[in-house]
Design a protein around this ligand. Structure first.
Ligand code: UDP
Length: 487
């Protein structure tokens, strides 16, 4: 491994928590394995968030604020990430992030003047294609980083770059970059992509950002070389720039299954981590279903009822992260009327389930031996966290590239069964019960997907294994090394 404190890498994540965290993890890995100076630039509130995340750690990552005023772009005051932003404002917000171009350039010039040479490279989000030109003007190169996996990233890019998809005669279609056997279905697309025709505001943002990103020096992908071998091959052929797999970027506590000291995810208002763990300790191994839709999503009121009924009728023990349904204030209180009458008391008395309001210690739950399956929206972090622990998935994709992640988990990896898609579908208790029983069954399909998930878990943990001094035989370290030495 190249080791030097003389080189500087500057990183710019997209302004969303789901992007900031993998960027920070990557920054730490690069800094620890190379000794380079690594700086993350972002808007003040996001930098504050990263500061609080790293406050009690030994992180040596520099954090630099770039000026950004959301009201200048017609957005609510202090809007600096996608949290709490309604979906129809998100595209205006994404568009506004292009105003970071000038401050980002100034930062690179500043660094160049101070250290007498430009940064070795900048690593920016795949949604910041404008950074390719900025890097060039500042005398360095841009490396684009996708926080998603190879399959999901390829699908997402190809969908935006090959519009439109809608064929009035057929809901299924093939997608450039994928072999013919991978038929995509219109319901796997987020509603903005479903409607996109190249002239709408979503297309006008994503098409140029993605195609400019592909002019980068190379691409870093948050996945593992073995786990997504096939998808990485397709991705490399499609993007035509070097791709290094530098993931999955998971906390060290997730990578050692025998590790009993639990990683605390930090953000746990409401029920404490200890209470979740105590409850899990009382359950049999591999019996609990964990249900969560990530950091931003929620389901409709009628889906919530269907899910609640199915869970109760399945008699399977569960932990469910509950949020107000669509149409209600996500930060507001949870009302018992959103669940069947007397639900919470009944499942508590029967010791069947635990409802965790808004936010749960997901890493602790997934790495607990009692957890047997995860009903998930298939966000990439959740997918990797779950598979790293050998926990199979019940897919309920909602947005972004989640539909393609779910498709891959079912069709390519054989580690998931899909329950439904999105928030418009009707979810019946009996269907929920059927899928849960199938996945939790220790025989047949349940056993097959559990075994597949266990194998992938072993692969992930083996390739992420990095010993104390940054020495290790894992493919993760090899990829990172190949990337750094190529610069
Ligand atoms: N998460 C958590 N508790 C929750 C919900 C989410 O700790 O109640 C964490 C989860 O562990 C993951 C991240 O939030 O690291 C969600 O990222 P993901 O990519 O799965 O989905 P997104 O939130 O970006 O849709």
């Amino acid at each position: 491994m190249v080791c030097s404190d003389d080189e500087h890498i500057v990183m710019l994540p997209m302004l969303a928590h789901g992007h900031l965290i993998p960027f920070l993890a990557l920054a730490n890995h690069i800094q620890q394995t190379t000794g380079f100076t690594v700086t993350i630039a972002n808007t003040p509130l996001n930098i504050n968030y990263l500061r609080s995340t790293t406050a009690n750690s030994e992180s040596k990552i520099g954090l630099v604020e770039l000026p950004f005023c959301s009201t200048d772009h017609g957005l609510p005051p202090n809007t600096e990430n996608t949290e709490n932003l309604s979906l129809d404002r998100i595209i205006d917000f994404f568009d506004a992030t292009k105003s970071l171009k000038a401050p980002f350039y100034n930062l690179l010039v500043d660094i160049t003047q101070k250290q007498g040479k430009p940064p070795l490279c900048v690593i920016t989000d795949i949604f910041c294609g404008w950074a390719v030109d900025v890097a060039k003007s500042a005398g360095t190169v841009n490396v684009t980083f996708t926080t998603g996996g190879a399959y999901g990233t390829l699908a997402y890019m190809s969908l935006w770059l090959n519009l439109p998809h809608r064929n009035p005669d057929c809901d299924e279609f093939n997608l450039p970059g994928f072999p013919d056997r991978c038929r995509f279905h219109i319901t796997q697309l987020h509603r903005f992509l479903r409607m996109a025709d190249g002239t709408d505001s979503w297309s006008r943002f994503f098409q140029p950002q993605i195609s400019e990103s592909l002019q980068s020096y190379g691409m870093l992908c948050n996945t593992d070389e073995q786990v997504e071998a096939q998808a990485l091959e397709w991705l490399r052929k499609f993007v035509k720039i070097p791709v290094w797999s530098v993931g999955p970027l998971l906390p060290p506590s997730m990578l050692n299954k025998s590790n009993t000291s639990k990683q605390h995810s930090g953000k746990v208002p409401g029920l404490s981590t200890e209470k979740c763990l105590e409850w899990l300790d009382l359950q049999e191994p591999d019996t609990v279903l964990y249900i969560s839709f990530g950091s931003q999503n929620t389901i409709s009121a009628s889906q919530m009822m269907g899910l609640a009924v199915g869970l109760e009728e399945s008699k399977i023990p569960f932990i469910w992260v509950t949020r107000p349904p669509i149409g209600f204030d996500l930060k507001g209180g949870f009302r018992s009327e959103w669940l069947p009458e007397g639900y919470e008391e009944r499942i508590a008395t029967a010791k069947q389930g635990l409802l965790v309001k808004n936010w749960a210690p997901q890493l602790d739950i997934l790495s607990h031996k009692s957890t047997g399956a995860f009903l998930s929206h298939c966000g990439w972090n959740s997918v990797m966290e779950s598979l790293s622990q050998g926990v199979p998935i019940i897919g309920w994709p909602m947005a972004a590239e989640q539909g393609y992640n779910s498709k891959m988990l079912v069709e390519e990896m054989g580690v998931a069964v899909e329950l439904t898609r999105g928030v418009q579908t009707s979810v019946e208790g009996k269907d929920v019960k059927k899928v849960i029983e199938l996945v939790m069954d220790k025989r047949g399909k349940g056993r097959e997907i559990k075994e597949n998930a266990a194998k992938i878990g072993q692969q992930i943990r083996a390739s992420a294994m990095v010993e104390e001094q940054g020495q290790g035989s894992g493919s993760f370290l090899k990829s990172l090394n190949d990337f750094v030495t190529s610069l």
